[in-house]
Design a protein around this ligand. Sequence first.
Ligand SMILES: [Fe+2]
Ligand SMILES: [Fe+2]
Length: 483
Amino acid sequence: MLDIVNVEYDTLIPNNVSLSQDKRVLKALERWHPGYINWWKGMGPEGFQESLVYLRTAVSVDPKGWAKFDYVKMPEYRWGVLLAPQVEDRRIPCGEHLGQPVWHEVPGEYRSMLRRLVVIQGDTEPASVEQQRHLGKTAPSLYDMRNLFQVNVEEGRHLWAMVYLLQKYFGADGREEADELLRRQSGSVESPRMLGAFNEATPDWLSFFMFTYFTDRDGKMQLESLAQSGFDPLSRTCRFMLTEEAHHMFVGETGVGRVIQRTCEAMKAAGIDDPYDIEKVRALGVIDLPTIQKKLNLHYTLSLDLFGSEISTNAANAFNAGIKGRYQEAKIEDDHQLHNATYPVMQLVDGVVVTTQVPALSAINMRLRDDYSRDAAGGVKRWNLAIEKSGIAFQMKLPHDGFHRQIGIFAQVPMTPDGIILTAGEWQKRKDEWLPTRADGDFIQSLMKPVWESGQYAGWIAPPKIGIDNKPGDFEYVQLHMA
Ligand SMILES: [Fe+2]
Ligand SMILES: [Fe+2]
């Protein structure tokens, strides 16, 4: 039995925040709902709104049994407002209010800071759905199509989560912000999404897997730091979002891993040892390893930019206020106020990269980014194990932090993935060695042919080791009803 005791399913919006007793917020959300559905139908997965998708829906916040699986038409998905259970006597974990009871209402002095954080987080959620809306048409299998749609509906739910906070705690301007979240659009010239990586196209499935591995992981780190917030409703919201987020990164890691695996298998079967014999490898209908590395370089660096400037007063203020903590704040052994602490940050001094100690409070972003890089390195290691096992001499690598950056200390500094600074001319000449070119993109695009029979997979990607919800290999994850 699932523990659904605390989740109301009788309201239009499933929730565990007693919406039926909170008429004002319930009304506000019901008013927002049609606009959301409009947005989903217009900007969500194109061509599959009538299909039955085998999706998990959050029905509880019990970590042991929070989801149930069933066939759902996506526009009928039960997007709900679910907060992780309240921790009794929770205290503010960092900053100048350290040890004081957490806030259950927005503290006036931090109102605009909090609103901005919620809006920025909220803006990324629908953005990724928009970026991925054309991918269903070229899905390499029904399994992958289902995973794409699962990620999409959950990003939709994350938008709901942020909109709930705006509607409940931020009055009229919260309402306005909630409307704006449906108005901005990924890649739009007039009203783009707020952050760079969320305005980039996701043109093919390798991009999608890289995005869920690297960019959703930035999301994870942001949620981890917001889960530390002294504003308890934000903390509880983010804690529950993290349980869903884990699947998104699973989709990314196993997706890239299956592409790599398939390439290695095909190379071996054809007797090709040289991973740089790109033409021969591509002729097998698989993506060569150097091109996968280029895609990694692109998505990793776009994601690094999402952490903002290494040295940041905003980040220091948010930490100091107890609004945003560090990754796993409670497990860090220090004063949680950073009075005298320093943190190493790379700087560019006279054209040379040097590491200097700066006040730790000013380097909160840098620390979170370092935690991110360590986290991201885990999957890369597992991909490399698979390559090694196949006997091909190639290793995937995270590029240097200064490579291909648009934000922070290394913005616009021409640099190789190994961290060697170049002249602008050298960069122009060599950048195609490290970042995907138009021709690389065209090649990948040429492989993006839909495979929609149950249990079948496109030739450029290996089948998964296990099915979703323990389903057998030929399970029909999506029952197509094309519009
Ligand atoms: Fe999300
Ligand atoms: Fe996500």
